[in-house]
Write a protein that binds this ligand. Structure first.
Ligand code: URA
Length: 433
């Protein structure tokens, strides 16, 4: 077998066999082929696609390219959830302890933020002392003892995805359904949980800009997960406006704390309750989704979810004093209020613009090596559907940077105001299982 024949096959729109895909992934991770071979094959896949069998085989071979965490000796169903990324998406920080508060084991490998999207690891690391660099053994130990752990991806988990993603990034081949699906699912499968819930974000602040694209990706992710033997489901959720109110690391941790104390923003709380309910049914705590929702609401109200949050953060080295006293978190040097110049109803708050602005304020990174400022970000004072008067505060901006006038102007423009009454958007658009 040789790589040039495999490239030629995909160039000619033919399906690759499991053996050919295995040869490609093995050759890639053992540096037996050149980057130009891999890049050319990626472009052929981008242009000519793959059938479902090829995508499943690519996913399995990528998963097997490194460590596959074995959680089978931990009793009970191990559940996982993954978001395709958005602005203000602090869901894992609430969902993981909420689900774990029912005794369900939550084992999650998370990522860092890049560009306009934030990452769970950066948010968690803004809690003093919190460690997300765990060995696989420590990760398992925490899941066993506390029923919950979130860690960063180690070098040895899915090395094929690392190589492929780096090449896709510089060869205009990121946006290919087979490549996105195998990238997401191979990492999830290597993380070892029994069930997977995918939160596919849709809208200006998301990877998938249209509902059709989000549906196509969701269905493919669910199919591949099931073909690999896992209970896989997906929700398509709104990312036209930022999720909740806070965008930026410490600001989002504070909102997670509020939500775990049942004082969170409506859209974010609703998302957490619905996702928790699905995960509880995946873990077979109940098969009644409505009952599962009521159970999730109860644990936000009775303090059990917050208690589990503190246990988890403490177990990973975080200083739980801050969780009880969120006002003690560091604050940015400058705080600006953006006020409305018009009266009317908020029609849109462009998630992409807000995410990029937060990044430029210091909350995110443009390049993987950039350092982030945990105190920087934006807190919305209004959401889509709200009525505003002239001079009402639209949002509050936090930064340690001195010259941010242009960023403030951009943020102002992200708010679109109309005279027509606007309905609040639904946060959950579809559920695919
Ligand atoms: N997220 C991933 O992990 N991989 C992709 O290709 C796209 C989004």
């Amino acid at each position: 077998m040789n790589i040039v024949d495999i490239i030629a096959k995909k160039r000619d729109k033919l399906a690759l066999t499991r053996q050919e895909i295995k040869f490609f992934i093995n050759s890639l991770v053992h540096h037996k082929i050149e980057d130009y071979h891999a890049s050319t094959l990626l472009m052929a896949i981008y242009l000519n696609g793959m059938n479902e069998d090829e995508i499943v085989n690519l996913t399995k071979e990528m998963m097997k390219s490194g460590d596959v965490i074995d959680l089978s000796d931990i009793p009970g169903v191990k559940v996982d959830k993954h978001s395709t990324g958005g602005v203000g998406d602090k869901t894992s920080m609430v969902l993981a302890p909420l689900v774990a508060s029912f005794g369900v084991k939550v084992a999650k490998v998370s990522g860092r933020g890049l560009g306009h999207t934030g990452g769970t690891l950066d948010k968690l690391e803004s809690i003093p002392g919190m460690s997300i660099s765990l060995t696989n053994a420590k990760f398992k130990d925490l899941v066993n003892k506390h029923g919950i752990a979130i860690m960063g991806q180690t070098q040895d988990l899915d090395p094929a995805d690392k190589s492929l993603y780096a090449l896709r990034d510089v060869t205009a081949t990121v946006g290919s359904l087979p490549l996105i699906t195998s990238s997401i699912m191979s990492k999830k499968l290597a993380s070892g949980s029994d069930t997977i819930l995918l939160d596919v974000k849709m809208g200006s602040g998301a990877f998938m800009k249209t509902l059709d694209d989000a549906r196509t990706l969701s269905k493919l992710l669910v199919k591949v997960g099931k073909a690999c033997g896992k209970d896989t489901r997906a929700v398509i959720t709104d990312m036209q406006e930022p999720l909740g109110l806070a965008v930026g690391n410490i600001l989002e941790v504070k909102e997670a704390i509020d939500t775990l104390n049942n004082k969170g923003p409506k859209d974010f709380t609703e998302l957490c309750i619905n996702c928790a309910a699905i995960m509880l049914t995946q873990a077979k705590v109940t098969d009644d989704l409505n009952k599962a929702k009521e159970m999730a609401i109860a644990n936000l109200k009775n303090g059990k979810a917050f208690y589990k949050f503190k246990e988890w953060i403490g177990a990973q080295g975080g200083d739980t004093y801050y969780l009880d006293h969120p006002d003690k978190f560091k604050e940015a040097k400058h705080v600006y209020k953006i006020k409305s110049k018009l009266a009317g109803h908020i029609k849109e708050i462009e998630a992409l613009t807000i995410g990029e602005a937060a990044m430029h304020l210091g909350a995110g990174r443009l390049n993987v090596t950039d350092k982030i400022d945990p105190t920087a970000g934006i807190v919305l004072n209004k959401k889509v559907g709200d009525h505003v008067k002239i001079n009402d505060v639209l949002c509050t901006v936090y930064t340690n940077k001195d010259k941010v006038n242009d960023i403030l102007k951009t943020i102002q423009k992200a708010f679109k105001i109309t005279l027509v009454k606007i309905k609040q958007p639904k946060v959950i658009i579809d559920y695919i299982k």
